[in-house]
Design a protein around this ligand. Structure first.
Ligand code: DAH
Length: 334
């Protein structure tokens, strides 16, 4: 075979070998076996000197052209393999939601609510929800609040100017009724939510604030369960030096009804002995009847407390309005 024919056939083999190299090390090996000092193409170059003098220029030209072709194929294949090596083995899933976190933080009331809910969840309570625009039945009647009760006065409740007299719920207790209407006992829920009252804003009042309602219904539930539960949660939220006091009170939907007073070192530092923190009691048999539960079979307790109150105690805040002003200098501290 003439030298030029050999050049052609070795070049063809080289191009195939380079194209077949599966990764960069294999490519370098293929390169070496053709263009290296001991390579097959290099060996042909060495034979150039053995050709008759007049044949050398043409043969040299062809060999150089073939070598350039091999080198170009090598560079192209190398670029290709380098690109492939740079692509991650497990490519990103571009359908996943973004990982970037917004640079804000949760509002202090949201943080406190989350903590309260977490504490109750640990005790087996589920979270329930209900509408902020309510009707009189869920907010009052079914809770055994008589039509002439002062809380129903237009002075305290925001009514919407519509024939069906919808109102903004004055407490989360309305959700007790909504849940019991839909669900058979036993029930163990907490209901965080926003409530509305026609109060003028001052350091401790605002026309809208937040409550968390609790409802526990089963056979043989006692007031002792209520005390133990509430005490455990408050200790978890506000520290071990928490003391609670249960005082007789009146709510139309519980009998007996109690108010819970709270104290700890912070309350005493504020110059007070006790702070009212919640209402509670054993669910009134009339309420059970209103939702179709048999009061002879089922017993239960309920409570409602203000979330702002707890947040103020936790953080030592003395003006409730700070929570609603959205001043970032205030919010950034939590
Ligand atoms: N609804 C009452 C309030 O807004 C709080 C309350 C008292 C809730 C007693 C209850 C309860 O569930 O049993 O002041």
């Amino acid at each position: 075979m003439s030298l030029l024919a050999q050049v052609d056939s070795v070049k063809a083999e080289a191009l195939v070998a380079l194209g077949d190299a599966a990764d960069l090390p294999a490519l370098e090996q293929a390169k070496g076996s053709f263009l290296g000092a001991e390579g097959r193409f290099t060996a042909l170059l060495k034979q150039l000197g053995g050709l008759p003098r007049e044949d050398r220029p043409a043969a040299g030209k062809s060999i150089n052209a073939a070598k350039a072709e091999i080198e170009a194929a090598l560079a192209a294949r190398r670029a290709d393999l380098e690109l492939r090596a740079s692509v991650p083995r497990d490519p990103a899933d571009f359908t996943l939601p973004g990982r970037r976190r917004p640079s804000g933080r949760l509002h202090p009331l949201t943080q406190v609510t989350d903590d309260i809910v977490r504490a109750f969840r640990r005790l087996g309570f589920a979270v329930a929800d209900g509408p902020e625009i309510e009707d009189e039945r869920h907010c009052f009647d079914a809770l055994n609040t008589p039509a002439d009760h002062p809380a129903r006065d237009a002075q305290d409740t925001f009514f919407l100017d519509l024939p069906s007299r919808p109102l903004l719920r004055t407490h989360t207790s309305s959700v007790q009724i909504r849940v019991m209407e839909k669900q058979a006992p036993p029930i163990r829920i907490v209901v965080p939510g926003r409530v509305f009252r026609r109060d003028n804003a001052d350091a401790t009042h605002n026309p809208t604030f937040h409550q968390i309602e609790g409802l526990y219904i089963d056979r043989g539930v006692t007031l002792g369960d209520l005390k133990g539960t509430v005490e455990a949660v408050f200790r978890e939220l506000l520290g071990d030096d928490v003391k609670l006091r249960f005082r007789p009170h009146y709510f139309s939907y519980t009998e007996p009804s109690l108010e819970i007073d709270f104290t700890n070192s912070l309350v005493r530092k504020l110059g007070k002995e006790w702070l009212e923190i919640a209402g509670c009691g054993m669910v009134h048999p009339k309420v059970f009847e209103n939702v179709g539960y048999d009061p002879e079979v089922w017993s239960g307790w309920a409570f409602g407390f203000g979330i702002e109150r707890i947040a103020m105690l936790r953080y030592g805040i003395t003006d409730i309005r700070l929570f609603y002003e959205n001043d970032t200098r205030f919010l950034a501290q939590f």
